[in-house]
Each structure stands twice: as C-alpha cells, then as structure tokens.
Design a protein around this ligand. Structure first.
Ligand code: CTP
Length: 397
C-alpha cells in the first residue's frame, strides 16, 4: 500500500498492545512510525518499537538534533495518525488543543485523519469530562474506537478496556483508504452565506455559518485533494493546506468559481447564496432624512450550481439544499432542476441540523440513491459526503 501510520503511544497499562497493533498494520503493508509520551516509556521501552519498526522512535521534542522542528515533520509525514492507547489525560489535551510534549504537539499540528483508541479505568471513561472530550473529538471528525467492556487492570469491571487489536487495525486501514480517496483530484468548494450590499453599511444576508463548507474543504485536503475554498463565511479560518478565496456577494462568488472551474475536477456548493440582490447599491449610507424607504428593488443572482452543472463534463458537482419541509421530494426536484450529480439535503428546522450547529443530519440524493445519513459532527459528515462523491467520480471512469 506504501502508506505510513504514525502510532502515538501514551502511558497506560495497555501500551504493550501497541506492539501487536504495529504488527497488524505491518502485515497489511503499512509502514509504522512510533511516537511515545515519556510516561508510555515506563510501560514499553522505545527499543521494542525500534526493533519492531526498524525506525527511530520519537519521544522528546528536542531529541532529534538533525531536525530542529521535529513535531512538524512528524505531523506532515503520516497518511494517518493513530493514538493507541489514549489515556484520559492525553484525550483531554488533544480535545483542548494543548501541546505539552512531542506527541500532543504532533497531533495538534497534523492535517492527516486521526484515529483514537482510548483505554482507562471505567470511572475515568464514564466521567462527564472525558465524555465531553470524546464528543468534541468526534465533532472534529476524529474516529474514536471506543473501549470494550471487561475486567480492567485496576480490578474494576466495566467499559475502559482498549478495543480489540483487530478492530483498531481495521479502523486505521479504513482511515488510510479515506486519506487517499481524493488523490489527484482538484476540489473547489463554496461556503458561507453571501452578503448583498444595500449601501456601504447594510446588506441582505442569511444565517449560514460556513462550518459545513469549511469542514468539506478540510476533509478534501486530508483525503489528498488539492483544494480551493471560495468562502463568504466571516468567522471561519481557512483550513491548513487549503487555498482560500474570500468573497462577499453572490456575484463575487460566481466569478471566483467560474474562473477556477476549468482547472477543477470536483465542485461542492455548500454556500448559502442569496437568490436576489439589490438592483442598485446606494453609494452613501441611506438615511431616514432622505425620505421614507419602504422597499428595495431586487434582481435575481446567477445560480452558480446550475451554471457550473451545465458545463461540467466529467466533473462531479454536488449541491446542498437547506429545506424546512418535504425535504427529500424538494431535494430530488432541485437535483433535476440544477443538473448536478448529487444533492445533500438537510432540514434546517431541526435543532441538530440548523444553521450554525456543529452537527448535521442529511440525506444524500444522487441519480440512483436516496440515503439518510445519521446525525453526526460536520467534520465526520464531510468525510462521508466526499467518499460518496469520490465513488461517483470513479463510476465515470
Ligand atoms: N446555489 C448557487 N447559486 C445560487 C443559489 C444557490 O450555487 N445563486 C446553490 C447552493 O450553494 C446550494 C444549492 O444551490 O448548493 C441549493 O441552494 P438553495 O438556496 O437551497 O436553492 P435555490 O436554487 O435557491 O432554490 P429555492 O430557494 O427555491 O429553494
């Protein structure tokens, strides 16, 4: 397969199982590199992993004089990062973006998909703080291989035992497949709610946060694509490794997309684009003293999704449909009307999929399938949607 996994081992009695995980991944043809916390070395020595992997084992931030920024090269190299076993403490540090040592610094810096297999005492696992940290990581798109129930090293019985080695290996292999699903693709994504100027200080806008579109751009980059994000979202940063183009209005977004569409192989329109824009923009701030303003003449904006679908050729074009009623039927009609390959339909009247939330529950509607996807974090959903888009592209060739 020619792929690399960075196995991050933390200080827990289950650390010895990381040796079996290493073997399992190697048997599948994966190159394994190991990074350990100082505490982990109290359970298994780096020499063991050095012998198993034939690679240097990374423990200390400063232990590689030939590479002064070791955590960044470690973070960039792997196709997937696997944290196994993950203690409650390391889970908390990762969830809060803390970077105390080489391992947590590397996990924070990586843009590769991350798989986490926690192991700890049942009380620590079930603690509200740990569960919140796990949910936070799931929302961010981390794959959590939940611990099993059983007899624990401390003598308690319950949830907390590291999941089976086979389960951890196969979930990591799945993540590896995802990490290269868009290799060679050039993905263009639109995100955020456009703003249509009325005058220099006022605009017509909508409630879109841009989180879904930015999550799609981040996922596409993690899946190996070259990504350009055309975004009207105000409060969202451009994901690492993604080319960002900031726009404001529907017309600017149309221009930015159409000028880049030729060089792309896939377009995902997640933006909430205004359908109408003021016919004219007042050059100065409108004031009541200028006279009563009771209406603003509007003109229709150009439909980016429909226009690009019209000339898409071999490209895959995916649109979104935010609806409040008759979700599937309306989305199917929209799919046919716009001429795209698939529509992701969400019911924005539901709290878990409303504008601005971190989760989304959607239907994937393409020519031959209408599937309801379970409610999940927007980052995890982004990976799922792109895997489906990648399958549509494979079908074309
Ligand atoms: N869209 C677009 N350009 C527009 C309007 C919409 O690219 N001018 C895209 C959105 O990014 C989304 C899809 O079209 O992917 C559906 O948007 P939506 O607002 O739900 O559809 P409309 O065409 O506006 O239909 P309606 O308002 O009748 O529901």
């Amino acid at each position: 397969m020619g792929k690399t996994v960075l196995l991050c081992v933390t200080g827990c009695i289950a650390a010895y199982k990381a040796c079996e995980i290493t073997r399992g991944l190697q048997k599948a043809g994966v190159r394994v590199k190991v990074c350990m916390t100082e505490h982990a070395t109290a359970f298994v020595g780096p020499t063991t992993f050095r012998a198993l992997t034939h690679e240097e084992v990374a423990v200390d931030l400063f232990d590689n004089p030939s590479d002064p920024i070791h955590h960044i090269s470690l973070a960039k190299e792997p196709d997937v990062v696997l944290v196994a076993p993950a203690t409650a403490n390391v889970l908390a540090q990762i969830a809060h973006g803390e970077a105390h040592d080489l391992l947590t610094t590397t996990v924070l810096a990586t843009s590769a998909p991350v798989v986490v297999a926690p192991a700890m005492n049942v009380g620590m696992w079930q603690a509200e703080a740990t569960q919140r940290n796990v949910s936070e990581l799931e929302v961010r798109g981390y794959d959590i291989v939940r611990p099993a129930s059983g007899y624990l090293a401390c003598g308690d019985t319950g949830e907390g035992k590291l999941a089976e080695v086979d389960e951890i290996v196969s979930r990591t292999l799945l993540a590896l497949e995802t990490s290269c699903a868009l290799e060679g693709e050039r993905v263009l994504v639109t995100a955020g709610g456009t703003r249509e100027a009325i005058d220099p200080v006022r605009y017509i806008g909508n409630r879109s946060s841009g989180k879904m579109g930015h999550a799609i751009a981040r996922a596409a980059a993690a899946m190996g694509a070259q990504v350009t994000l055309v975004t009207a979202a105000q409060g969202q940063s451009i994901p690492f490794g993604v080319e960002g183009v900031r726009v404001e209005s529907a017309a600017e977004m149309h221009d930015a997309v159409s000028s880049r569409f030729d060089q792309s192989t896939m377009l995902v329109c997640a933006a909430a684009v205004a359908d109408y824009t003021p016919a004219t923009v007042a050059p100065d701030k409108l004031s009541k003293s200028d006279g009563e303003l009771t209406s603003i003449p509007l003109v229709k904006t150009a439909d980016i999704l429909a226009d690009m679908s019209h000339v898409k050729g071999d490209r895959i074009v995916v649109g979104f449909a935010a609806e409040t009623n008759n979700l599937v039927a309306r989305a199917q009609t929209k799919l046919a009307r716009k001429g795209c390959d698939a529509i992701v339909a969400n019911d924005v009247s539901r709290t878990e999929s409303t504008f601005g939330s971190d989760t989304n529950a959607v239907w994937w509607i393409s020519g031959d399938e209408s599937v309801e996807l379970p409610c999940q974090g927007k980052q995890a959903l982004a990976f799922e949607l792109l895997k489906r888009a990648a399958r549509l592209r494979q079908k074309k060739f």
